[in-house]
Design a protein around this ligand. Sequence first.
Ligand SMILES: NC(=O)c1ccc[n+]([C@@H]2O[C@H](COP(=O)([O-])OP(=O)(O)OC[C@H]3O[C@@H](n4cnc5c(N)ncnc54)[C@H](OP(=O)(O)O)[C@@H]3O)[C@@H](O)[C@H]2O)c1
Length: 260
Amino acid sequence: MTQFSTDLPSDLLSDRTAVVAGGTGSVGQVVVEAFLEAGATVVVPSRSEQKLAALQKSLGNAPADRLITLVGDLSDEGDSVRVREAILERAGPLDAAVASLGGFVPAPAVLDAPLSELERVLDGYLLAHFMVAKALIPALEERSGSYTFINGPLAFRPMFPGTGLVSIATAGQAMLARAVMKEKSGGPVRINELVLYTRFGWGSDEDDDGGSVSQADVGAFLAHLASDSGAVVRGETIHLEDLEPLRALRSRTAELLHGG
Ligand SMILES: NC(=O)c1ccc[n+]([C@@H]2O[C@H](COP(=O)([O-])OP(=O)(O)OC[C@H]3O[C@@H](n4cnc5c(N)ncnc54)[C@H](OP(=O)(O)O)[C@@H]3O)[C@@H](O)[C@H]2O)c1
């Protein structure tokens, strides 16, 4: 498996501040690590103090001194403004945000599921993304920052038995992202949607036979997207099924760093 993450420049995001909403999750942790390795200050809000402690422990060699954690719920209508203000107070103006949110709810068959399960899955994906985008996109305007919705292939087709409810909620999430991207297309914030085909939280990267894009490649892609190399990318849904989008951003980084 080719990994481009190994040549992630350590100053790619220096002097930049990024929020990773869902940074305690399987995908989010990889993103946090990549942003720290690329020199950013990274803020992770979480509903759970224990999950934040586990994130700190799991960071391995990543420089954790630039990680700011805080307890709160950006996806809760009553708490999101407080959490956003606490982030800005602790970290200063924001340059980037990645929303990697979800709560997988298996269901043997969609029409056998109780309404409460559909509500739970809508809450974990669609409503959480709605609230987090409402809270963070305005906070990125000052520095013309970058906001990225993370999604998965289940949004585009039901794939395995048991994943129907998640497909319903993430399809709504995909349309949320597109509506926001269209409405904000002339605004200062670059908003994109990244669809991941790599598997996270199902074993180590080495065990992954889900495709040619490794977990670390995903982190590297998001770091490049948040950097000056990503400045021309806005309003796009990017399917990270192969390494072409990462190659394109890497060559742009090389051009910017070395003039060609
Ligand atoms: N895992 C995969 O293999 C995979 C593959 C392709 C795409 N994706 C996509 O990646 C995204 C993240 O997936 P994941 O596997 O990393 O999920 P995960 O491990 O369950 O983590 C999701 C994170 O979302 C946060 N969150 C905040 N508000 C939430 C709310 N109201 N309800 C539920 N969670 C909330 C949680 O943070 P706190 O609990 O700390 O607040 C949690 O850590 C999803 O969009 C998924 O479709 C995942």
